[in-house]
Every structure is written in C-alpha cells, then in structure tokens.
Design a protein around this ligand. Sequence first.
Ligand SMILES: [Zn+2]
Length: 290
Amino acid sequence: MRGLLARGLLAATLMVGALNHAVRAEDQPAELTEDEVKEAVQFVYGNALFVLLHETGHMFISELQLPVLGREEDAVDALSSVLLLESHDDTLDTAITDSADGWFLSDQEREKAGGELAFWDTHALDKQRAYQMVCMMVGQDPEGFKQFADSLDFPESRREECKYEYDKTKESWSNLLAPHAQPEGGKNNFSIIYEEAGPELKPYADMLKEANLLETIAGTFANLYQLKDGIQFVATSCGQPNAFWMPAERKLVYCYELASYHDQLISKWLVENRNKDDGNADDQTEEGQQ
Ligand SMILES: [Zn+2]
C-alpha cells in the first residue's frame, strides 16, 4: 500500500508545484512571491489529498459495507491520516501537516468572522479534527512530528495516549479491509472526470487536472481492494467548498471551490505573516489557541 500511495502522490505533488506556478503567477502578480506560490500550491494540494482520502474512506464503508463504531467522520479522518503517514514520505508528511494547519486556519477564520461553533455537526469541530490529526502524527512518529506538536503545545500525556490510538486505528482499518484485498492481477476500473469550470475556478480545475490528482487516488486504490466497477471520481464546481462520497450515484466528488478556499486561507496567512521571525503556520495557529 505504502509504495503506491507514496510514489503516485509524490509524483503528482512535484508536478503540480512546477506547473502551477505559471497559472497562479499570472493571476496574482503582486500578491505572492514565487516561493509563496509554491507553498500555497503545496498547501492546496496536500489538503486535497487529505480530503480525497477521507472521502475514499466513506467509499470503502459504503461499498464494502464495513461496520463503523463511533462517528464515521472521525473514522475516515483517521484512515486518511494513516494512509498518508504509512507512506513514510516527506512530501506526504508535509501534506498531513498542511491539512492539520488547514483546519486550524479555517477555525481562525470562523472565529474572526464571529461564526458559532457547530457542536451539532456530523464532523468534529475544525480544531478538534486538527488536533486528532496531530495525535495520529505523533502517535506514528513522535520524534518526526515533535517540533510541530511542540509548536501547538500538544500535551506530553496526550502524546503517550496517541501511540496506542494510532496503532489501534491502523490495525482496525487494516483488519476491516483485509478480507476485501484485490486478488492477484485484479484491478478496479474507476471513471475519472474533470468537469469544466468557470473563469474563477478554472485555474484550480487546470491545476488539479494537470497534477492528475484523481488519477493518483484512483491508481493508488486500483489494485488494493476489490470494488465493483462503475465508481466515478469527479472534480467539478459544486457551488460550495466541499467534497462528497455519493453512495447512490457511486460517485466521489471533489469541488473546485475547496481548492479555491484552501488557496485563500493560505495566501492570506502568507501575506499576513511576512517579515515575521520564524514565521510559519504552526506558530500562527499556536497564537490562536491560547
Ligand atoms: Zn466525511
């Protein structure tokens, strides 16, 4: 599993970095420097990976009729984290760090806008989702993610618990999926569709398509677990920054608006944090939590 995921996602991440500089630079000549554009693209892409792996978790639960104990949204966030972390790849470690930062930043935006916390939501609160990802990170590699966890004042006692939680999560998903392993030579046939986007979202549509985002996810899971043919992976405009697994249509959807949303989050942060000593998103989120 780890080889496929790492190779596919690494290749795509490197490719998007190179390709999208041109796309975004034209759009925002005065806004971001070359390095900031690279960072923003990496952030958008890393968050897209996390979200797509999350939706893939919903797909497995639905298609393979897997049992879920506890909240499904938490379970598939955990799967997404495990898939990224088990790749043991620096690029994917950055992707999961960026995804945790994505939730921290979105929580800050909500707070600034005076938005209420959605305690009733099907998902945990953004900040809780972020901390649970941090838990998976330090649970898997306490040393590798020490700096990130320290920057968040993530308690030592919690880090200890996270080792057990990580192992249990990985083992649980692995055991649930094992009976559905693809037989030797078997292959899932996913349809991949990038729909046209309007002028505002076109740069994101182009970016995701050029980076083969959907192909990478589809390729990663083509040979792993047996799924019935006919599943579609679709990137499209949805009118909202989101992503979905649609069980009746057997369709996994990534909305271009979500890429735009993550781009705005990180671009704003990058501009606001220029010229700060040792400025990075981790330090910034720390301030927000005190
Ligand atoms: Zn979900």
